[in-house]
Design a protein. Structure first.
Length: 278
């Protein structure tokens, strides 16, 4: 029988994600999505996708004195506002295309393209959670997102604890810089600790998963996972496992620790390996 949790996930994606795709992405819904963007002498444009394909949109870049080159195509596309900045520290301006794939290959896909004589896709990134590209005070670019592999982890979709990931693109390599922002993670940890009482934790530690699957204590589960995952994703693994040992029911600790590691191992960095050297 098809797992109930899978049905819930599919229902959530069906109800929520297409709405984001239609309201967030320029192509194909914006009236003037085909307008030309001039970036450092290059012409960047969204166009209708190839006929008789599932791709409704494609992105082209035309170099000075060159021909238009298609660098991306997908169900929905936009040109990210960070475009024109040096995203990967290579000394040249880059263009970022944001996409939504929909269907079985859901969800968000990004192309980072360097503007050179022959525009090159230096990195693609796929994730269940949108990416936000943002300038840092030192002029470099950070990439903020969430670890979508933790969706529906012990909690319904709307309550899932999705740990934050903060990355930097160095050349064509994604580098995790989350530990540089420990204060942000500490705020979430402190908030979760303040929201759960000693009595709730004592009751939870005495529970067994095979009785009610913690369904009567989802608030406590969320608080504990928030503490554990924010320690883990800010580069403090020993503190994460210490918190798990202190707060999670003893009979279920090893299983949950293994599940957390398994989810992390199929997260964004694991599922977006570095491209082969060119």
């Amino acid at each position: 029988m098809f797992p109930f949790r899978c049905l819930i996930l599919l229902a959530s994606l069906f109800l929520l994600l297409p709405v984001h795709a239609e309201t967030t992405f320029e192509c194909p819904v914006s009236r003037n999505y085909q307008r030309i963007h001039a970036i450092d002498g290059y012409l960047v444009q969204l166009r209708p996708g190839p006929k008789k394909t599932p791709y409704r949109c494609r992105a082209t870049i035309t170099p000075p004195k060159g021909r238009a080159v298609t660098v991306a195509q997908e169900w929905a596309l936009s040109i990210d506002e960070i475009s024109g900045a040096d995203i990967n520290g290579g000394g040249k301006p880059d263009v970022v295309f944001d996409a939504f794939s929909g269907g079985e290959t859901c969800c968000y896909l990004y192309w980072i393209v360097t503007l050179e004589t022959n525009p090159q896709v230096i990195r693609t990134i796929r994730n269940q959670v949108p990416l936000i590209f943002r300038k840092r005070p030192d002029g470099s670019t950070e990439i903020r997102t969430g670890e979508g592999s933790f969706d529906l982890f012990f909690l319904p979709h709307s309550e899932s604890v999705i740990p934050q990931l903060i990355l930097r693109l160095q050349g064509d390599q994604l580098v995790d810089i989350s530990s540089d922002y420990r204060e942000e993670y500490d705020q979430k940890i402190a908030g979760a600790r303040a929201e759960v009482s000693a009595a709730e934790l004592e009751k939870f530690r005495g529970s067994r998963y095979n009785q009610k699957m913690f369904a009567d204590q989802l608030h406590t589960v969320k608080c504990v996972l928030t503490i554990v995952l924010n320690y883990l994703y800010s580069g403090r693994e020993p503190q994460a496992w210490q918190a798990l040992n202190e707060m999670w029911p003893p009979s279920d600790r090893e299983r949950v620790r293994s599940l957390i590691v398994e989810r992390q191992n199929r997260g964004l960095l694991a599922s977006n390996p570095a491209p082969p050297s060119r």
